[in-house]
Structures are given as C-alpha cells and as structure tokens.
Design a protein around this ligand. Structure first.
Ligand code: NAP
Length: 339
C-alpha cells in the first residue's frame, strides 16, 4: 500500500474491518458498512478542510468504506466533490479499491435549462463534471437524485443504464422517487440487466414515511435501502435539548435545518427518547441509528458529522443494535404522541 500521508497511520486492514459490520446491499454481491458517511454538509469550500480531512481518515480507519456525495454538495455546489478528490489524492493513494464512492445528479447545479433536472442531458454532463472534480475514473454508485416531476422516468433510467455501460459507474440507484416512479425504474433496470442496487430515502424516528410503501417496494425488487438524515439533521441527538447551540446546523446560514424545524414537540420527544437511550447505556444518536438498522431491509444509514467526535459517537451504535420489545413499545408511544 502506498501511504502518502506522514501524520496519520492507518490501522492494519484487519483491525479496520473488524471494527465495522457489513451487509449485502439487497440482492447484490456488494457489501456496504452499516454506517456510511455523507458529505452533504461540512465538506464544502465554506468548511474547515482539516476537519473534513480528519473525518474522512477517521471514518476509513473505522471501516467506513462508503462515502456519499452529490454534484451539488457544498456550498459552493461542487466543492464537496472537489475537496473529497483532494483528500483522496493527498491521503488515499492506493486505497481506491477499498472504497465505495457514490454521487448523484438531478438537483439544481448550473445555470440554464440543463443544469438541474433528471434529463439525459443533465445526468451525462453531470457525471462527467463529478468525475473531473473528484479525479476519479468511475463512481461505484451513481444515483438519479430525484424524480423531477417532468422528465419521463424512462429517459432518466435509460441514462443510468447507459452510464454503467459506458463504465462511468459500477452500480446505479434512485433517491426520493415516489413509489409509482420507483416501480417503473426497478422494472426497467431489472429488464436491462442492470438492477437497482440501492434506494436512498430520508428515514429516521422523526420521519417514517418510507415504511408504508417505499421500503417494501425496494425489498420486493431486491434493491438495497440506505437511510439519509437518520439523525433528523441533529434533532435526534442531545444537541438541541437545551436550545440551539452556536455553530450547529440549525444556527448556520449554510445549514439546511431551519430554526423553525426545531419545534417544542420534537425537542420534548427527543428528551424522552434520550432517557430511553440513557437506560440502554447509549446516547440518543446511537439509539436513533440502531433503531433504523433493526429493520433487516435497511442496508446502511448515511450519517453526517461536523467533527470526528460525533462520528466516533455514532459508530458506537454498532455496540448495541438490539432492542427489547419494551424499548420498542416505549419508543412507539413517544413517536405516536408527536403526531
Ligand atoms: N438523497 C438525498 O436527497 C439526500 C438528502 C439529504 C442527505 N443525504 C445524504 O445523507 C447524508 C446524511 O444526512 P444528514 O447530514 O442530514 O444526516 P444526519 O446524520 O441526520 O445529521 C447530521 C448532523 O447531525 C449532527 N450530529 C451528527 N452526529 C452527532 C452526534 N453524535 N452528536 C450531536 N450531533 C450530531 C451534526 O450537526 P451539526 O452540524 O449541528 O454538528 C451533523 O452534521 C448527507 O451527507 C448526504 O450524503 C441525501
């Protein structure tokens, strides 16, 4: 192995991989770590590059092999991919085959009619831009980031299939597709011999919309399932229990968590959930992640983090993944009272 970095010694691979648990992604031969790292926030040009670098190194050293990007992550849009590419170049030469790197296209990215939808034009241009920014030869997983409501699903999905055929991605996935469009996508991909590896949706104790249709549908078609914002952007941690701290996502102008989303109902629920977590010997963040991973259809959770310490806390979820029926019933009651 070629170690470019002098200040950091990676754990021997056996230690690294013993720390993590891996799971097959749907009916594929690809295993993903139960905890993946997302680069939506905290890896852009407005963020501290040293902290970003430390988080990627730490994650990899703990067996997190899967890094989730999108063309528009930043801010500025694109800068998370540029920074990740630089981190790879400076620290991970020789490790590419131990990593699963994902990107996506479909949200607003550049000016004009081709810069922000799910058309063939957008996806093809976007993957080329993303490969250039990251310096990669291919992505392991490339997603359609959303159904845009206008572009025929068939156009988007055929483009994903062609992206695999062109060697620009190994696997494909969909994100946030409504069930009707997801079914069309799964059918088409299966028929083309490029099945949907993975479906990416928001899923947490505070947002369970996927449980009704989306999660069963993904399982029906053999697609893996990966949950984004599993901590509800920080609401399912102890962070907001005593107000909105300075520097938190809800306090930052570049954060997607609005102050108005930090509601008294959510904080009260988080306080009660925090008590259950404490009795289980976990933090709320750890319990919130374990709670998602208890569903065998879920392949992985993508956490975000603004520090190595947060990532370290979140990884401790793996030490206690089981729930007693009483724990589950109490959690259900708390969540039911929120609605
Ligand atoms: N497909 C899509 O459309 C889509 C949409 C959204 C996200 N995603 C993916 O999912 C990833 C994760 O989303 P997310 O960042 O919203 O996930 P999240 O895990 O729900 O929230 C992460 C935030 O929670 C706080 N946090 C995390 N661990 C903590 C801990 N142990 N203690 C206290 N606070 C903690 C941090 O906020 P502070 O900054 O306040 O410290 C962190 O930035 C993204 O990076 C992206 O890859 C995909």
């Amino acid at each position: 192995m070629n170690h470019m970095d002098n200040s950091f010694t990676y754990q021997p691979a056996t230690d690294r991989y013993n720390r993590m648990q891996y799971k097959y992604c749907g009916k594929s031969g690809l295993q993903l770590p139960l905890i993946s790292l997302g680069l939506w926030h905290n890896f852009g040009s407005v963020d501290d590059f040293t902290v970003a670098t430390d988080m990627i190194k730490y994650a990899f050293d703990q067996g997190i092999t899967h890094f989730d990007l999108a063309n528009n992550y930043g801010p500025v849009p694109g800068s998370a991919e540029t920074n990740f590419g630089r981190i790879l170049k400076e620290n991970f030469q020789g490790y590419r085959d131990e990593m699963i790197i994902s990107s996506k296209a479909g949200h607003e990215m550049w000016a004009g009619p081709y810069g922000g939808n799910s058309s063939r034009k957008n996806l093809m241009a976007s993957i080329n831009q993303s490969l250039r920014r990251t310096g990669l030869e291919y992505f392991d997983i490339f997603y359609s980031h959303r159904y845009d409501g206008v572009t025929p699903v068939e156009e988007t999905i055929q483009t994903l299939i062609d992206i695999v055929k062109q060697g620009k991605a190994l696997y494909i996935g969909i994100s946030k597709y409504p069930p009707e469009q997801a079914r069309i996508a799964y059918e088409m991909m299966t028929k083309a011999g490029v099945p949907c590896l993975i479906s990416q949706y928001r899923y947490s104790m505070f947002d369970r919309a996927v449980e009704a249709e989306t999660l069963p549908l993904a399982a029906e078609y053999g697609s893996g399932f990966i949950a984004f914002s599993p901590l509800a952007q920080g609401l399912l941690t102890d962070k907001y229990l005593n107000g909105i701290p300075e520097g938190s996502r809800a306090a930052r102008s570049s954060g997607f968590l609005q102050r108005s989303q930090v509601t008294p109902e959510k904080i009260e629920a988080a306080r009660q959930l925090n008590e259950i977590a404490r009795l289980r010997g976990q933090t709320l963040a750890e319990m919130a992640l374990a709670w998602i991973l208890k569903d065998e259809r879920v392949t992985s959770v993508i956490v975000g983090a603004s520090s190595v310490n947060q990532l370290a806390d979140n990884l401790k979820a793996l030490e206690h993944l089981d729930f007693t029926p009483d724990d589950l019933a109490e959690i259900e009651q708390i969540l039911a009272r929120m609605i």
